[in-house]
Design a protein around this ligand. Structure first.
Ligand SMILES: Nc1ncnc2c1ncn2[C@@H]1O[C@H](COP(=O)(O)OP(=O)(O)OP(=O)(O)O)[C@@H](O)[C@H]1O
Ligand SMILES: [Mg+2]
Length: 540
């Protein structure tokens, strides 16, 4: 027993001495000298220590992007971590149904591969200059370290790691909880985490099945999306970045936003809803692009309202645009948000060199006024596919009737078919009319509601057309009257001019004829006036 206590005392004093020496070195040895010592210590240990360490940092390239390898390894280790690690981190999993567990900082778990034993550990470094903050610092850098015996070097680096990455990627895709991101303002206070994007779980029920549109057009879009998502090799072969631009245009309420949600659900992509007015400069746009993940849709809604995208051309049309409510709104937004994003910045965002970072991205613009967009912005190559979403047709109505009323046919479909072809009603309005207003609503009542609304819309359209025709007629008439008056004026003027000319001509000819007598007349006049003058002077 006394021997045991002696040993413990010995160990204790040795440890205390080591700690003392370490503290002295830390405090008194010059920084450069310490660096040298560490370097040579590692070399000496390298000869004696048979273990190899590989580090995988969470962020690569100046924190620009989360490392894909790190994410994949984290996913691969997640199953093992939940069994082996003592301290775990929990995150909500796919569809908010289950928890995904992973090991916490400074934990270590073991793995085996063809008789080789491996150790995975998670560490983090915090910045040396600590400042007081209520919030967790975003400067922490995490890294995973793999440790294994040097005799397994080849098998681990050439086989094991590749398998880990592959399996991890598959798990990431499987567990992917799709997200809807929006960009944080580039300036001002925006919470404790200086991230570029904030996100919520993307949970939109729209699918291509319940979008009301022409079936052939719908199939064309679906085929296009499938071709894109499977086109990795093809894009590489033709030397194009793996991305595709979609321009969705049409009147309000025709399903542009719904279509984006359906696309995301169909392809299982994340959605990045980019608010351009919150982006201060073109360089911020680039940073935002880099922070987006693969398999995502980058959306800019109402692009015509987001920015002044007519570039320099605006200056030439200043007067005209002053009365344009859309441009005025965009001007207001610009003034408020102080955004300096330019058209060329946006063009570069879509297909500049940076747009090729990552891959499998859709860029979608929506607008109500396609004609107001700069042609350079929507040319093929930038916006590859232009999709017009328009008023509801009979095919669209049938889809809505199936969605909202579970009806595939009904005797009221026929009058609706006739009416819907003659009116311009958006799918949003049709859907609203079809929606039962009570829990056990009768479908027939909903169809009748729709018929009523369609008839009203038809009547309104007729009245509007009549009014327009009248206005046109009036303006034509007033135009004609104006023209008549102008013509008359012109005629009168030309008549007068002619008369004057004639008179001149006449006077000229008569002047020539009388040329001989003129001297006599002048003389006579002269005489007369002399006489009058004489009279005046004489006081007569
Ligand atoms: N084609 C459609 N198919 C099914 N539902 C539709 C369709 N179009 C519109 N709707 C319904 O109308 C509502 C409005 O549609 P949505 O927001 O997609 O229109 P939008 O074209 O984006 O309009 P805006 O131009 O004003 O943004 C949606 O909630 C959706 O239920
Ligand atoms: Mg919309």
């Amino acid at each position: 027993m006394s021997k045991m206590s002696e040993i413990w005392t010995g160990v204790g004093s040795t440890l205390a001495s080591i700690m003392f020496v370490h503290a002295m070195i830390q405090q008194y040895l010059p920084y450069r000298f310490r660096d040298y010592m560490e370097k040579y210590m590692h070399r000496i240990l390298g000869f004696t220590n048979p273990y190899i360490h590989i580090r995988f940092h969470e962020f690569s390239g100046e924190r620009l992007k989360r490392s894909e390898a790190y994410t994949a390894i984290e996913a691969y280790l997640s199953a093992k971590s939940s069994k082996l690690a003592k301290r775990l981190k929990a995150q909500i999993g796919k569809d908010s149904k289950n928890l995904v567990l992973s090991m916490d900082d400074h934990e270590e778990i073991t793995d085996e591969f063809q008789q080789a034993k491996l150790w995975w550990s998670l560490s983090k470094t915090t910045p040396k200059t600590q400042s007081f903050s209520f919030y967790p610092t975003s400067e922490e850098k995490r890294y995973l370290t793999l440790k294994f015996h040097r005799r397994y070097r080849e098998i681990i680096t050439e086989v094991y790691l590749n398998q880990v990455i592959e399996k991890g990627k598959a798990i990431v895709v499987e567990n992917r909880q799709r997200k809807l991101y929006t960009n944080n303002p580039s300036h001002g206070y925006y919470g404790y985490k200086k991230t570029l994007w904030s996100h919520v779980v993307f949970d939109h029920p729209a699918t291509f099945d319940n979008i009301a549109m022409d079936p052939t057009k719908k199939k064309e879009i679906i085929d296009d999306l499938i071709t894109f998502s499977k086109g990795k090799e093809y894009y590489a072969k033709v030397g194009k970045a793996w991305k595709r631009g979609y321009l969705l245009y049409g009147p309000p309420g025709t399903g542009k936003s719904t279509m984006i949600a359906a696309m995301a659900n169909f392809l299982n992509y994340d959605v990045y809803d980019l608010e351009l007015t919150a982006v201060k400069e073109n360089s911020d746009l680039r940073k935002l692009l880099i922070e987006t993940s693969n398999k995502s849709i980058i959306v800019i809604e109402d692009i015509d309202c987001s920015l002044d995208l007519t570039g320099q051309r605006k200056k030439n049309k200043e007067d005209k645009e002053e009365t344009d409510p859309i441009k005025e709104k965009s001007k207001e937004d610009r003034d408020h948000k102080d955004s300096k994003v330019t058209l060329s910045g946006l063009l570069n965002f879509i297909d500049g060199l940076w747009s090729a970072c990552g891959g499998e991205r859709l860029i979608v613009f929506t607008t109500n006024y396609v004609e107001k967009l700069d042609p350079a912005l929507i040319r093929r190559g930038r916006m590859d596919k232009h999709i017009e979403l328009s008023y509801c047709g009979f095919e669209g109505f049938k889809i809505l009737a199936r969605n909202y009323l579970d009806l595939d046919s009904h005797h009221l479909f026929e009058p609706i078919r006739c009416l819907i072809g003659e009116t311009q009603m958006t799918p949003a309005d049709v859907a609203e009319n079809l929606m039962p207003k009570t829990i056990n609503g009768d479908p027939e009542i909903c169809l009748k509601n729709l018929i009523e609304a369609l008839e009203k819309a038809k009547e309104d359209a007729r009245l509007k057309a009549e009014e327009e025709a009248k206005e046109k007629e009036l303006s034509t008439k007033s135009g004609e009257a104006k023209k008549d008056a102008e013509e008359k004026e012109l005629l009168t003027k030309s008549g007068e001019a002619k008369e004057e000319e004639k008179e001149k001509e006449l006077s000229a000819t008569s002047g020539e004829a009388k040329e001989g007598d003129s001297s006599t007349k002048e003389e006579t006049e002269e005489d007369g006036s002399t006489r009058l003058k004489d009279k005046e002077c004489n006081g007569v």
